[in-house]
Design a protein around this ligand. Sequence first.
Ligand code: ATP
Ligand code: MG
Length: 666
Amino acid sequence: MRCPPAWQLRLLPPWGPAAPGRLLPVACVWAPAGRAPGSLSPLAGLRPARLWGAGQALLGGFGAPRRWRSCCWGGGLGGSRGGAGLARLLGLWAPAPGRCGAFAGPGAPRLPRAGFPGRPAATAWAGSEAWRRGPAAPPGDDRRLRPAAAGLSEARKLLGLAYPERWRLAAAVGFLTMSSVISMSAPFFLGKIIDVIYTNPTVDYSDNLTRLCLGLSGVFLCGAAANAIRVYLMQTSGQRIVNRLRTSLFSSILRQEVAFFDKTRTGELINRLSSDTALLGRSVTENLSDGLRAGAQASVGVSMMFFVSPNLATFVLSLVPPVSIIAVIYGRYLRKLTKVTQDSLAQATQLAEERIGNVRTVRAFGKEMTEIEKYASKVDYVMQLARKEAFARAGFFGATGLSGNLIVLSVLYKGGLLMGSAHMTVGELSSFLMYAFWVGVSIGGLSSFYSELMKGLGAGARLWELLEREPKLPFNEGVILNEKSFQGALEFKNVHFTYPARPDVPIFQDFSLSIPSGSVTALVGPSGSGKSTVLSLLLRLYDPVSGTISLDGHDIRQLNPVWLRSKIGTVSQEPILFSGSIAENIAYGADNPSSVTDEQVQRVAEVANAVAFIRNFPQGFNTVVGEKGVLLSGGQKQRIAIARALLKMKQPVRWMLKMSTLFKKL
Ligand SMILES: Nc1ncnc2c1ncn2[C@@H]1O[C@H](COP(=O)(O)OP(=O)(O)OP(=O)(O)O)[C@@H](O)[C@H]1O
Ligand SMILES: [Mg+2]
């Protein structure tokens, strides 16, 4: 462990008579360096409160199945954090003051309750100095995800999302083409009708007119049906894309190493999962569909304009480039703005998530108004950005609307001149105007497609980073030890460790610890001295900077982390339950929770001495525990967490009976 020059960590020899077959308690304590090991009587001078403070208990799953080995991590000074640890529970059971039976089995020798005589000095060093020495990253610093390189590749990725839906989308594009062709042929035929009416008004044209109108109605009906099918196909494939995106993102987030979560805030991730995916999804689905439709209509419209009057069409199209320049500038601006807006929204969500999640603390300190103000200032900033976006959008759409109208006006002007010189009929001019109108509407559609696409790219920049981030620690690969020869001997050898979030603050320097197979070890030390960190390293939530941690002589870096963790049962200092029923929470400990029977759940709950209070609830095992188990007491949560860990450990009945006796005394 991290040691000041005057202190060092000693692994004390087993205390008490070592009866054959019994588990031997071994405690790690801090002792002044000046003292010779021999002069330090095991745990001598340690105050009782120490071991029973808040602690993290490791329910040993290592070694021979019948053995029960564990470390109870001594709690903070004065039992900080409310003494909610399993060690505290065990302390209640200890029959005589000064004796510890932590997991050693009822008949095993017990450790005295431990305390630190030099408490203030130890606290000053272990707690506050760690903060004083080097806050490399201030608390709460989330070190935002790097902005990803924008560009074409992002647009390609965005379109790549739609790839699995290609057949549906292809069908949708087919229907889109059909409906667009029909819509776009309308002006041509309407022009023909006008010509029928105007060419020779004296002749009876009603038959011709009726036939033409009926024919066109049938064609329009087909166009409407094709359009409806296109909308349905696009919408459903859109939702499928968003679903897939959310699932992949959630999976990618959960695979990240724990250090990633130390630096990234939950609210930010939640915002990415909900808001950013929706934005990105919309930009490749509804938006893509509308964009394709607008693009198809615009190109058909332009072709038809050339077909009807190449002269007038060339004149009109010369007006388009200036409008496109405005669109490009606007698009770039919008893309940047969206990135900032989504980040600010993520910060606001983060604040709301944290404060709502800890509403009891907020209430206890009477900070409601302060928190409301904080949140209001965050959303006000989002609002300012939204105002900027609205301003840009207003300018852009105003400009494009004006250009559209000016184009139509210039068509009328130029067309009128052409008609005057007999280069155009009234029907042709009407058709041309309708096509110009369609093209105008389609360009409007294209500009909103473009702005939504830019927003999607802005939101996507962060999502790609998350989706493509490779976890720094392997997720489910590596060696799996042979269960038969597996013993569970643990060794920490010359371990140096700093948390990635605070690389300048060493937690362990040259830390060595050996825990033989079949032994019970209690780690005792001041708050912040690194007891829980030992467990985190053992679970391979983090890798040491140097040195090795080995299990039966195998470096745990070579082992499959999922397998390794499956061998370790834990009840944490602050046991976290998931919202759901008690039974679901207990079953969570099993490899396959859906296959856990009611009897199994009941059995482990009995062993953990949880059945009595569970039965007192009207709904028994189906009682809902609330978010993070908020509807239960601290002790009840602990017992459910113990039952959950027991289910994971798959121990034989005899062992369970022993444990049951132990927990009944707690
Ligand atoms: N995720 C983290 N990132 C950065 N520093 C951390 C992290 N977790 C713990 N620390 C720091 O590492 C040190 C050791 O913490 P650890 O939780 O191991 O202490 P502990 O001995 O279990 O304390 P306690 O008895 O209070 O539970 C502390 O200084 C703590 O602030
Ligand atoms: Mg701890």
